[in-house]
Design a protein around this ligand. Structure first.
Ligand code: T1G
Ligand code: NAD
Length: 712
């Protein structure tokens, strides 16, 4: 414990300031022993008459990033340790007779901010971030955060920070009164100086403050608006509503009673499936960055300049992603009109980001300067990486990669944004297949967080490691996947959308199918998603691979028929739905009638279909194909599939991803249901052998992950 928390004295001056340093790398989480260590050192400093003030600071790269999330899984209902260790400690700190100044750098998140708010004063480095992100883990602040924060920043800001979980900057915290001073340069020295000043002033106990708690009349509209926002922006998330309820309690009852309300709500959330799923997603996002056969010390290729070939829907977005991360980006098109179109779209997208307050105009102007248009490969000679995003055709891709092989320097990374084509065949057009890799961004590339990194047979470990690391710099979640048709995301999405079409052909209305999946928590129903991406994209791919379809096996036809009518979705104003000038979807009874006619002509019996069946067929189609992909080694872990679906396909985070969700339902039940569908709908529903085995062994995908991690 001693090495987790140290007590020292400020030697530079009068030796009258005690310094308590927390050392629990990598993020000073409040792991077992840390809270106890702080309690002991605080007690020592409090008793020591030679001490006039105390500074509490984090060692290493950050203050405290919260409670130790790894410990949550060990907490059993009825005995929630979390509060036990922390709440009394925070009261102890608040009751210290001399000022406790908390010095913040890096992140003061969750229990870390709660710790800071128990201090009498807070100072921060200008780059520090402060927040209560617990809601993103399916829980709420559980150590008085929902009670102390409104007392320091006011009700509206506190409910926003606790219900949405986004951090604020040190500058904003200063404005709000959450932080008392920003310290440029040496944080510790600045904190000690501040503490010395504060030792002349009375201590301020946050829990005793009420000047910012408003009145019921003032607060009522704040809570109503927050609940409405949570219902739309965090649809289905119980923790968001719980956080609002807890902050509201702070405005209605005493601090002690408010903490009890917070505790009950915290426990309800902590033991929910939602929280387990969200914590799985938290650690999953970090786990997918670790590739078992790519050692940590693999050399990273320096990437400082980039080129993008093709400035269409994806090329333009990809150029923005690199520019936003500060890279100089060359962007090449086939001809001037196409280049002008591409640049105009980039400018338009940046302007709408300014309008929505995502970027400042100054930021956008600087980014646009980094994007350099060109019509020739002449300037490609010294770029470190190229991302190709031209039309989806093998011949064209190979022609472009042949060109890149001739003009790019040795060691340059040659990446393709192809969404379906064979990366190895693309690489065969070069003399350096080891430098070729797939970097599959998702549309809109400047928004979607997911980046599928497609490993070719020859892709070198250095190229893979570099792209994995680069994805983090680009603000993306990079997931390494194998090279197969549609890679992971699109390949699994195929059966999901196939079942959605079948259900419409069997009598479910388009709206019913979309509503069922929307209510399940998907960001958008499968039919609306098709209209957004463009029904023609899938149609072209199906036509290209028609020869691979098994004779006698049922294939969906409705979407192909719609495409033959030129109904490609939003881009043509009509697809499964009609669209008004603001791209708002309008149900089109004509489509339901057409599908009914086509289905009857195809001899498909019409029947009433429940939402439960709709969800099971679409979601279990994902799970079954996911299990196949795992067996084929296209991904190494089921968590990779979950992270892909949470960040690229609008799967509800509070369900943890398709594979985690299947575990929550129980693989035996999923297997039984899929076997039923096989009975009813034939071989398309043949259960994946892995799923069958795990179901029969009573195992879960999560256990399989753990087994694999041990073997790796
Ligand atoms: N507990 C345990 N491990 C943690 C952790 C935590 N709170 N935070 C990070 N890690 C691990 C992480 O898994 C990774 O491990 C390594 O640290 C580096 O993290 C009482 C109940 C702070 C912004 O939600 O947001 O307090 O993969 O890769 O990108 O009310 O980590 O190396 O093995 O993310 O620089 C609330 C969670 C907890 C903050 C740093 N706190 N952490 O980002 O590094 S609940 C949070 C983060 C709570 C109280 C309640 C980020 C970060 P490994 P990293 P990073
Ligand atoms: P797009 O039709 O919008 O843009 C392609 C661009 O490539 C056009 O502007 C065209 O002029 C340009 N181009 C063609 N030949 C060229 C050449 N020789 N040199 C330079 N530019 C050339 O297509 P898109 O939707 O941006 O798709 C691009 C790639 O990204 C495809 O491989 C596609 O499969 C993939 N992708 C698309 C999406 C999506 O949702 N649209 C998502 C992920 C991946």
């Amino acid at each position: 414990m001693d090495d987790l928390v140290q007590l020292t004295r400020d030697r530079d001056t009068d030796n009258d300031v005690a310094i308590i340093t927390i050392n629990n790398p990598p993020v000073n989480a409040l792991s077992p022993g840390v809270a106890q260590g702080i309690a002991q050192t605080i007690a020592q400093a409090d008793k020591d008459d030679g001490v006039k003030a105390v500074v509490l600071i984090g060692g290493g790269r950050t203050f405290v990033a919260g409670a130790d999330i790894k410990e949550f899984g060990k907490i059993t209902s009825g005995k929630t340790q979390r509060g036990a260790g922390l709440l009394p400690l925070l009261l102890q700190i608040e009751d210290v007779r001399k000022p406790v100044v908390v010095a913040i750098h890096g992140s003061a998140f969750g229990g870390g901010l709660e710790l800071a708010m128990a201090g009498h004063y807070r100072v921060a480095a200008p780059s520090a971030q402060l927040g209560q992100p617990e809601v993103k883990l399916g829980i709420i602040p559980g150590a008085g955060g929902t009670q102390r924060l409104p007392r320091l920043v006011g009700v509206a800001k506190a409910v926003e920070m606790c219900a949405e979980g986004n951090p604020i900057t040190a500058q904003e915290a200063l404005k709000l009164g959450l932080v008392d001073r920003l310290i440029e340069g040496d944080l510790l020295a600045g904190a000690v100086a501040f503490a010395r000043e504060a030792s002349e002033k009375p201590v301020r106990k946050t829990r005793e403050r009420s000047d910012k708690l408003g009145t019921p009349a003032l607060n009522e509209p704040i809570f109503a608006a927050a609940r409405e926002k949570a219902r739309t922006k965090q649809r289905g998330m119980m923790s968001a509503i719980a956080a609002i309820d807890a902050v509201e309690a702070a405005t209605r009852v005493s601090f002690e009673e408010g903490c009890q309300v917070e505790r009950q709500l915290f426990d309800k959330c902590l033991f929910s499936d939602q929280s387990k799923a969200l914590i799985h997603a938290f650690f999953g996002e970090r786990e997918v960055a670790k590739i078992p056969d790519i050692p940590k010390e693999t050399a990273i290729i320096p990437v400082n300049s980039v080129a993008v070939v093709g400035a269409g829907t994806m090329g333009g977005g990809i150029a923005m992603v690199f520019a936003n991360a500060g890279f100089r980006v060359l962007i090449k098109e086939a001809d001037q009109p196409a280049l002008d179109r591409g640049l105009a779209t980039i400018q338009k997208n940046y302007q709408s980001s300014v309008k929505r307050g995502r970027f400042t105009q100054q930021f956008v102007d600087e980014r646009l300067k980094l994007i350099q248009p060109t019509l020739s490969y002449d300037d490609f000679g010294d770029v470190d990486m190229v991302v190709e995003a031209v039309f989806e055709g093998m011949a064209l891709k190979k022609e472009v990669f042949g060109q890149l092989d001739r003009v790019c320097k040795p060691g340059a990374i040659l990446a393709s944004n192809t969404s379906t084509l064979d990366v190895d065949e693309i690489a065969s057009a070069t003399s350096r297949p080891g430098a070729v890799i797939g970097t599959h961004f998702f549309s809109p590339a400047n928004i979607m967080r997911l980046l599928e990194i497609v490993r070719g047979k020859a892709s070198s470990k250095e190229v893979i490691a570099t792209c994995m690391q680069l994805s983090k710099k680009l603000g993306k979640v990079g997931v390494l996947v194998g090279n197969c048709r549609g890679f992971v995301g699109n390949r699994i999405f195929g059966p999901y959308r196939r079942e959605a079409q079948f259900l419409v052909e069997e009598g479910a209305s388009i709206e019913t199918v979309d509503h069922a999946l929307y209510d399940f928590g998907m960001a958008m129903g499968p039919m609306s998603t098709g209209d957004l991406a463009g029904l023609d994209v899938g149609w072209r791919i199906r036509k290209e691979f028609r020869h691979l379809e098994k004779p006698g096996v049922r294939q969906p036809f409705a979407e192909d028929r719609l495409c033959e009518l030129g109904r490609y979705g939003q881009k043509t104003g009509a697809g499964w739905y009609k669209y008004d000038e603001n791209r708002r979807a309008i149900p089109d009874p004509e489509v339901n009638e057409m599908v009914l006619r086509w289905s009857r002509e195809a001899g498909i019996a019409q029947r009433k279909i429940s939402s439960e069946e709709i969800v099971d067929r679409c979601i279990y189609a994902l799970v079954n194909e996911g299990a196949r992909i795992l067996e084929e080694g296209i991904v190494g872990r089921t968590v990779d599939i979950d992270i892909i679906y949470l960040n690229g396909y609008g799967f509800p985070a509070y369900r943890g991803g398709p594979m985690w969700y299947a575990d929550t339902v129980g693989l035996d039940k999923v297997y039984r249901r899929i076997s039923e569908f096989q009975q009813q709908h034939g071989e398309l529903w043949e259960p994946a052998p892995l799923l069958k085995r795990l179901a029969q062994e009573g195992k879960t995908f999560a256990e399989l992950n753990r087994e694999q991690a041990v073997m790796a």
